[in-house]
Ligand binder design. Structure first.
Ligand SMILES: NC(=O)C1=CN([C@@H]2O[C@H](COP(=O)(O)OP(=O)(O)OC[C@H]3O[C@@H](n4cnc5c(N)ncnc54)[C@H](OP(=O)(O)O)[C@@H]3O)[C@@H](O)[C@H]2O)[C@H](O)CC1
Ligand SMILES: [K+]
Length: 452
């Protein structure tokens, strides 16, 4: 899977330790992090007066290193600290910075650029009230706010906020993104997230979903080998129509709908039939649940097929037990309400919940929301890159399900197909613009595919 790596705190510490055991001391890692932070500040903000706020841990250490580099490059720099450094690496970084260090307090003047190096992955409780007040005051007065690794006040693993956090323009992450960069409510506070490579081996079990690699066209292929998506209609045919259109626009070779009533307004290329042969071995993916309503027999019928499935909306509600999905090679696409209906209240943060749901059901789970996550039973997770807020409108979920079904029918394994659909959905949303409706979103999919 392509995409920037994401590591939770424990995994980050293990990766850091492996680098240290491999002969790269923590001071070298901090030097790389601080230098990268300084470089990002100069590129983003130019040589404007810059104020770095440093905490007691290694996040503060990165700040002292950055301050030294900025000063060496002629940037007017000031540093303020809330406490003396407590780690050996941060102490050494502080000692190597030759400028003055002011105490953080009411009398401090703001600067054009504020860089928050107070706390990173080590923060596990709320900021002291005075420290928080200074961060907000100096942040509001600055023209640009930049966070070192994470905005202070954010829980790295869950994306929860320990208190209100100022909105940053940019966050410079080291080694890997952290879950909070891509989880609500922290995500918008991070601003643009840039990743600095500091020479740590991060692995790729968890990634920010990047552009998918889609299988090329077979010159000898035909419509069935390009992928047959078989949709099952229910009570509200508009929803399955949207999903079918999205599947067709996503490059499925053939899309057909089993429906007892003809559906108006569908492209002629989408076949409507009044039978449903679930044993047809040409089916690449069954799409069920969008607009199904209270006809659970439609879901039961789908589950008799050996073909892979995308189960959306009412289909998720009708499952009853997650275990029914075992061996189904299914992708399910719940939003928070549907997720809770099927799995109950699971412990942990959103990533832990999505992974547990995936393990229990054996299905790939697309846990939708402003911070959509894709979880695989084998422990892989894909975090959606930021997508436009205007995707929150009726029918966009049906479009996502349709894209996912097409990706499966085109031959991608379930996890890759789910991640590809999330990526394409977000890009199609951007291209369709803020006044789009779900039909426009489906129409924008080819332009999103053209980005690849
Ligand atoms: N991952 C890497 O390979 C590298 C990361 N770098 C940077 O290091 C930080 C993580 O550093 P760490 O020292 O583990 O943690 P922090 O700097 O975020 O903060 C820990 C210290 O802060 C104290 N603390 C925690 N919460 C509070 C609070 N609310 N108020 C006051 N003090 C707090 C904590 O004290 P404890 O009492 O909890 O022990 C610590 O003293 C990472 O984010 C990167 O920026 C490396 O520089 C390069 C390699
Ligand atoms: K920080």
């Amino acid at each position: 899977m392509s995409g920037r790596p994401i590591l939770a705190t424990q995994a980050m510490r293990a990766a850091e330790q492996a680098a240290i055991d491999g002969g790269t001391p923590i001071e070298t890692l901090m030097e790389r992090a601080g230098a990268a932070l300084a470089e990002a500040i100069i590129r983003y903000a130019g040589p404007q007066p810059t104020l770095l706020l440093c905490g007691p841990g290694n996040n503060g250490g990165d700040g002292y290193v950055a301050a030294r580099h900025l000063a060496g490059r002629g940037v007017p720099v000031r540093v303020a600290a809330i406490a003396e450094p407590t780690t050996d690496a941060a102490k050494a970084a502080r000692a190597a910075y030759e400028g003055a260090v002011e105490p953080l307090g009411d009398s401090m003047a703001p600067a054009k650029v504020m860089v928050d190096c107070l706390f990173g992955t080590g923060l596990k409780r709320p900021l002291d009230g005075d420290v928080h007040a200074q961060l907000v005051r100096l942040g509001e007065a600055a023209g640009l706010r930049i966070a070192c690794d994470l905005p202070s006040g954010v829980d790295s693993d869950s994306g929860a906020l320990f208190g209100p956090v100022p909105n940053f323009d940019m966050t410079v992450a080291f080694g890997a993104l952290k879950p909070a960069h891509r989880l609500m409510p922290a995500m918008p506070a991070c601003g643009r997230v840039v990743l600095a490579d500091i020479g740590i081996d991060t692995g790729t079990d968890w990634v920010e979903i990047g552009p998918p690699q889609l299988p090329g066209l077979d010159p000898a292929g035909h419509k069935y080998t390009r992928g047959l998506v078989h949709c099952l209609a229910g009570k509200m045919p508009g929803a399955i129509a949207l999903a079918a259109m999205a599947a067709a626009r996503s490059g499925a070779g053939y899309v057909r709908i089993s429906t007892s009533r003809p559906i108006d307004g569908l492209p002629a290329a989408i076949a409507q039939i009044d039978t449903a042969d679930m044993s047809d071995e040409r089916i690449g993916c069954i799409l069920v649940g969008s607009g199904m309503g209270d006809i659970p027999q439609v879901l039961t019928l789908a589950l008799t097929s050996k073909a892979p499935k995308v189960i959306d909306a009412d289909g998720i509600g009708a499952l009853g037990e997650p275990e029914r999905l075992k061996g189904q090679n299914a992708i399910i696409t719940p939003h928070a309400g549907e997720f809770e209906t099927l799995f109950g209240t699971l412990p942990g943060n959103k990533v832990e919940q999505a992974l547990e749901a995936s393990r229990r059901s054996g299905a790939v789970v697309i846990y939708k929301g402003p911070d959509t996550l894709v979880a695989s039973p084998d422990g892989r997770a894909g975090f959606a890159p930021p997508a436009p807020a205007w995707l929150a409108s009726a029918g966009t979920g049906d479009v996502l399900a349709g894209i996912a079904a097409a990706m499966v029918a085109r031959g991608l394994p379930a996890f890759e197909a789910a991640c590809a659909s999330v990526w394409l959905h977000g890009r199609a949303g951007e291209l369709a613009g803020p006044h789009m409706v779900a039909d426009d979103l489906a129409a924008a999919i080819p332009s999103a595919l053209d980005l690849l």
